[in-house]
Design a protein around this ligand. Structure first.
Ligand code: ADP
Ligand code: ADP
Length: 228
């Protein structure tokens, strides 16, 4: 579960807050779209969940913990349970698809017998069962994004965040990527996705949180994209 209670975030040196008095609760297993114009605070919202930043006021509670109060040495444990996927994939070049996905598990010290089963299982889940030995630079954008999803999900985090995951992809490829997120969600993972993709939001009819200038202006069940 993710709870924002009266969260305000003002970046150092900025007068206007990036988020202002935002309160919302996302339950386990929900699929939520975060929409709003550029600069409205969507990435800031995601970064507060990951404790990349701390709220200036209010609290952000993730799985029962106020992440603003976490000691630094506990942050890796939080991030083990919160995967993230970005618009620009951020894969390690020169490492194969399997190595990219395995890396997440190696960093946290999972034994190699787990890695040997989890990596192929996860590549299968994202539709890349036969691409493990390829390099990212040999793959299409959609395939690279599938690798990034596999890397974010291989440790089976309870929460998967995504920041404009289809922003660099054409509409047909985007639908394929959304099917992967949908499958992960149906297996019980909470998904929170910032997006500008009106077509996808309108097709999927999930809960929509809309930000404008840092204010939460809409929280709609089975929502639509809803603004120009
Ligand atoms: P979005 O993801 O909706 O485009 P952001 O959360 O990135 O919005 O940005 C919200 C506001 O905070 C914008 O005005 C942006 O310029 C500002 N901002 C974001 N990151 C920083 C930062 N690291 N330092 C200062 N201002 C920032
Ligand atoms: P924050 O910036 O979240 O307040 P700090 O770096 O100030 O975190 O650390 C908070 C507390 O956690 C301090 O008492 C510090 O000694 C302790 N701490 C930080 N890193 C570690 C670590 N790797 N192992 C054990 N304790 C740590």
């Amino acid at each position: 579960m993710i709870t924002f209670e009266h969260v305000t975030k003002t970046y150092p040196g900025q007068k206007r807050p990036a988020l202002h008095d935002v309160s919302a609760t996302i339950d386990d297993g929900e699929f939520v779209f975060l929409v709003g114009p550029s600069g409205s605070g969507k990435s800031t919202f995601l970064r507060l969940v990951l404790r990349e930043y701390r709220a200036t006021e209010g609290s952000v509670v993730v799985n029962g913990r106020d992440v603003g109060k976490l000691r630094n040495w506990r942050i890796p444990k939080l991030r083990r349970n919160v995967g993230i996927v970005f618009q620009d994939f951020r894969l390690l070049p020169g490492k194969t698809v399997s190595e990219n996905v395995a890396f997440t598990l190696q960093v946290i010290g999972r034994p190699s017998r787990d890695i040997r089963t989890l990596v192929p299982e996860t590549l299968e889940l994202v539709g890349l069962a036969d691409k493990g030995d390829r390099l990212p630079e040999e793959l299409s954008g959609g395939e690279q994004q599938r690798v990034a999803i596999a890397r974010a999900f291989v440790n089976r985090p309870g929460i998967l965040l995504a920041d404009e995951p289809t922003g660099n992809l054409d509409p047909v490829t985007s639908v394929g990527i959304m099917k992967v997120f949908d499958r992960i969600h149906r297996d019980g993972t909470t998904v929170l996705m910032a997006t500008h993709d009106a077509t996808i939001v309108d097709q999927m009819r999930r809960r929509v949180l809309e930000l404008h200038s840092g204010e939460l202006v809409r929280d709609q069940a089975q929502g639509v994209y809803g603004y120009q």
